[in-house]
Design a protein. Structure first.
Length: 92
């Protein structure tokens, strides 16, 4: 079935369920309240977040992590309050 119109609204009093193996949105998708997902999250193209981010679990990255203007790769690790010396080849 194909529905074509200028504007459409669906108002559900309790829950709206989209039940399909795959759902495609070809334009911007604006969620005005909390976005909750339960099957993981993947994507590409970058992300911009305005606000705090809380993470329970680890972070894996294939590139450097930067906080403000500080690069994690450019700093020696600190172990129990002591700086650990690394080989010079570690630094670019």
């Amino acid at each position: 079935m194909l529905i074509q119109t200028q504007t459409a609204s669906v108002i559900a009093r309790d829950i709206l369920t989209l039940d399909s193996p795959e759902t495609i949105a070809t334009g911007n998708f604006n969620v005005q309240k909390r976005l909750t997902y339960q099957g993981g999250l993947s994507g590409r193209g970058g992300a911009d977040i305005d606000g705090s981010v809380g993470i329970k679990g680890g972070i894996q990255t294939t590139e450097d992590i930067k906080t403000a203007q500080t690069s994690v790769d450019d700093h020696a690790p600190i172990v129990m309050g002591m700086t650990v010396s690394l080989p010079a080849s570690r630094y670019k």
